[in-house]
Each structure stands twice: as structure tokens, then as C-alpha cells.
Design a binder for this molecule. Structure first.
Ligand code: ZN
Length: 169
């Protein structure tokens, strides 16, 4: 596995406790369970709640995680179908601005999250079955396990951010 995650965040992650070395099924299941957990957690949230020290509101984090999972699913499809497995990076803050995350109703962001998780779940499993490899211009070659831990950690880390925002409001 690429060591960037544990090196940057600690092993397990110092902030969210993510275990980079948990089994593949445990990690996939944690992401698959996330929309349901967030739906319960956010049942009476407005979505515009924020907290000092965290860049985004609740809805913006949900929208980011939804987009990130869907985009990585798309990247895996692209590598599998070809002709190139080279990823085109993008700036997540530019995407947030272009998509105008604050204007998205939380209910719709949660729907997007559900869709993103569903697409990610199908494609990450297929990536392991077919040993799909991506080429990242900065990170280099990404095996299925690298894509799994990178994308799952991003999603689950932001759940902790969202819990932090709610506990401060
Ligand atoms: Zn983390």
C-alpha cells in the first residue's frame, strides 16, 4: 500500500481513528453504512452549520464526499475501459465553488451521497476483481487498495468533521 495516508495522518488516523490496515470488507462496509448514519445524524440539521477551524459547512462536506466518491468511481471506470489509466487531477475547492455547494439543499446533498456511495461501492469491488491500476501524476501508480483507503478515509474523516460541527452548535 502507498504510505502517503499513514505518513500524513498517522496510523490509525490521529483525528478520525481510521485503520489503514483493516480488512477490505470492513472498510467497504464502513463507507456503505455512512449514508444511513449521516441521514440519522443530520435528521434535524439545516446544513449551513459551521465551526471555526473547519473549512466547510455540513452540506458542503456532504457534497464534497459525494462528489469525491463518484469521481473516483468514474476514474476506475476510465482506467478499466481505457484507453488511458492516467487521472486528471482537479482542485476540490474550485469544484466546490463551481458547484456552489452552499446552495445545495442538505436533502439533495444526502441523495447525492447515497448515489456516490452506490457507484463507488460497485466500482471499488470491480477494481479488486480486475486489479485495476490508476496512474496519478503526483502520487504515481495506485493499486485498488490505495484507492480504497484513500477514498474511504476521506469520506469517514469528514463524518468526524460533521460530528464536530454538530457538537459545537
Ligand atoms: Zn482521518
Amino acid at each position: 500500500m502507498n504510505s502517503a495516508g499513514p505518513t500524513t495522518y498517522g496510523s490509525p488516523c490521529r483525528e478520525c481513528g481510521f485503520d489503514w490496515f483493516a480488512s477490505r470488507e470492513t472498510i467497504v462496509a464502513a463507507v456503505e453504512n455512512m449514508p444511513g448514519q449521516l441521514g440519522d445524524l443530520l435528521v434535524s440539521a439545516r446544513g449551513d452549520e459551521r465551526r471555526d477551524g473547519l473549512a466547510w459547512s455540513v452540506t458542503e462536506y456532504v457534497s464534497h464526499v459525494a462528489d469525491n466518491l463518484r469521481i473516483w468511481a468514474e476514474r476506475l471506470v476510465g482506467a478499466r475501459r481505457g484507453p488511458s489509466r492516467l487521472i486528471g487531477p482537479y482542485d476540490q475547492d474550485d469544484l466546490a465553488r463551481a458547484r456552489n455547494y452552499p446552495a445545495i439543499p442538505l436533502s439533495a446533498a444526502l441523495w447525492s451521497l447515497d448515489e456516490g456511495v452506490r457507484q463507488w461501492s460497485v466500482e471499488i469491488r470491480r477494481a479488486f476483481d480486475e486489479q485495476t491500476v490508476l496512474d496519478h501524476p503526483e502520487a504515481g501508480q495506485l493499486e485498488p487498495i490505495d484507492v480504497l483507503v484513500m477514498t474511504a478515509h476521506d469520506a469517514l474523516h469528514h463524518v468526524v468533521d460533521i460530528r464536530g460541527i454538530l457538537s459545537a452548535t
